[in-house]
Write a protein that binds this ligand. Structure first.
Ligand code: HEM
Length: 454
């Protein structure tokens, strides 16, 4: 039985295996100590669909009266492609409202969601993206040169700044001179909203924990002020073109977007796009430093100016073993069939990206970092899901991969990277929803020897 061959009225929820409720404290404790390996263990024990019986904390998770973890691509496909009236992506993203606002693409479904995606997509694909190539490579080279002479570099924070600058330019055409006004508050907003207390305060929001969170309210108000002032400036000069994402949004056909709607989309792109891309670039550099054969092949390609086929494979393999986001979510609206399972309404189903990517049935020697696998065989559909899928698939998928490849190649052209941490690489640390290098992506960089001439 699939989600399409029965009407909801005919379906009766089925029992799904999973750990007992009293195991929760041990699971949480295990996750704090050993990270997401604990989730993999649940799959190994119960199969590819695991029901986590939840204690009744009505505000702890957005809509999840039940929580289901999913690792089977054959079931992820019908979940991602199910109609809006069966499963709801916005419901699974409710916690993001805190940061992005309730008109954000993350929180929308249906025609308005489709309209906004259509408006923004041309700015994040093809020629519009290619036009930023030189800027991205130039900025990455400049950044790498600042690393020389230091004992150690923490690439994650470098990549965060690089990414934020790029997305500010693409979205709002912020000039170099104006960057110092924008970067610090945007950095602070992200850091505050992804701090450990954010989850805690969100859980207690009904008690006013968010309203009373002074540092967050202050920095959000500051960022709002900057964004609304830019919107007002543009409204006052309707004839001036900027060729950026705000322009696309303001010129969208149909009902014009309100200031609030514009703000929410800008926050979504600025914040949603920059940490994920920066984290991917950091992991690519971290993986290169810890895999000398891969490093040699990728740097030879970059230095010879011989295209980007291998670096693309490195990026894909990094997205497989180090996906920046741990999972995506969908909430059932009605009784919903997935394979032999039927879930009741209000079930939060989480395809666990990292676990899918480590399935031995999909990837030979799954723990091995081997980019060549992406050059050799075709992949199982929905077996590689770093950007989610279906109508809510990441809007910045092309940009994230393109930017990362350019950044990594530019750095390899000017620098020799070494160092890293002993023991094969950095641990994965969860920072809110993002899986970052635990030590910040530590490495050393020296100027590359010029190529012999003649
Ligand atoms: C390597 C970098 C990135 C990764 C790994 C990533 C990952 C994801 C994932 C897993 C989702 C959820 C998809 C789903 O629910 O099926 C998502 C959604 C989204 N991402 Fe990304 N992302 C990245 C970069 C970006 C960039 C650069 C932008 C914007 C410039 C962006 C904008 C968005 C938006 C707007 C959504 C919501 C889409 C919707 O609900 O329609 N992302 N991303």
């Amino acid at each position: 039985m699939t989600s399409t061959d029965s009407t909801p009225a005919e379906l009766t929820p089925t029992a799904t295996p999973g750990p007992r409720m009293w195991v929760w404290p041990a699971l949480l404790w295990g996750m704090m100590r050993r990270g997401d390996d604990v989730i993999d263990e649940q799959f190994d024990r119960y199969g590819d669909v695991v029901w986590l019986r939840l204690p009744r904390f009505p505000h702890f998770l957005p809509d999840g009266a039940q929580l289901v973890l999913l690792r089977d691509p054959a079931l992820i496909k019908p979940l991602f492609t199910a109609a809006d009236d069966l499963v709801d992506s916005a419901g699974a993203n409710r916690a993001l409202e805190l940061l992005y606002g309730d008109r954000s693409l993350f929180l929308l479904n249906g025609p308005e969601h489709r309209r906004l995606r259509k408006v923004l997509l041309p700015g994040l694909r093809g020629d519009a993206l290619a036009a930023w190539g030189e800027f991205i490579a130039g900025s990455a080279e400049r950044e790498a040169r600042t690393w020389f002479g230091r004992d150690r570099v923490l690439v994650h924070s470098s990549m965060l700044d690089l990414s934020l600058e790029l997305i500010l330019k693409m979205s709002l055409s912020i000039s170099d001179a104006d960057m110092p006004r924008w970067m610090p508050p945007m950095r602070e907003l992200l850091a505050t909203a992804t701090s450990p207390q954010a989850t805690f305060r969100y859980g207690l929001r009904q008690l006013g924990a968010l309203r009373l969170w002074r540092s967050f309210q202050r920095v959000r108000a500051h960022c709002n002020e900057l964004v609304y002032a830019e919107i007002a400036r543009r409204r006052a000069q309707p004839g001036v073109e900027h060729s950026d994402l705000l322009d696309l949004l303001m010129r969208a056909e149909g009902e014009p977007l309100t200031d609030r709607e514009l703000r929410d989309q800008l926050f979504t792109i600025l914040i949603g796009g920059h940490e994920t891309s920066a984290t991917l670039a950091s992991w690519v550099l971290e993986r290169l430093v810890h895999n000398p054969d891969v490093y040699a092949r990728a740097s030879a390609e970059a230095r010879a100016g011989a295209g980007h086929e291998y670096m693309d494979a490195v990026v894909q393999e990094t997205l497989r073993l180090r996906p920046p986001l741990a999972f995506v979510g969908r909430v059932t609206r009605r009784n919903f069939a997935l394979g032999e399972h039927v879930f009741p309404p209000n079930t939060l189903i989480l395809p666990v990206i990292r676990a899918v990517h480590r399935k031995a049935e999909l990837y030979e020697d799954p723990e091995l970092f081997r980019p060549e696998r992406f050059l050799e065989t075709r992949r199982t559909p929905f077996g590689h899901i770093p950007f989610g899928g279906g109508p809510h698939r990441c809007l910045g998928d092309h940009m994230g991969a393109f930017q990362t490849r350019l950044v990594a190649q530019a750095i390899l052209r000017v620098a020799e990277l070494s160092g890293g941490v002993p023991g094969g690489g950095e641990q994965i640390r969860r920072k809110a929803l993002v899986l970052v290098p635990a030590r910040g992506g530590v490495l050393r960089a020296t100027p590359r020897e010029p190529a012999p001439t003649g």
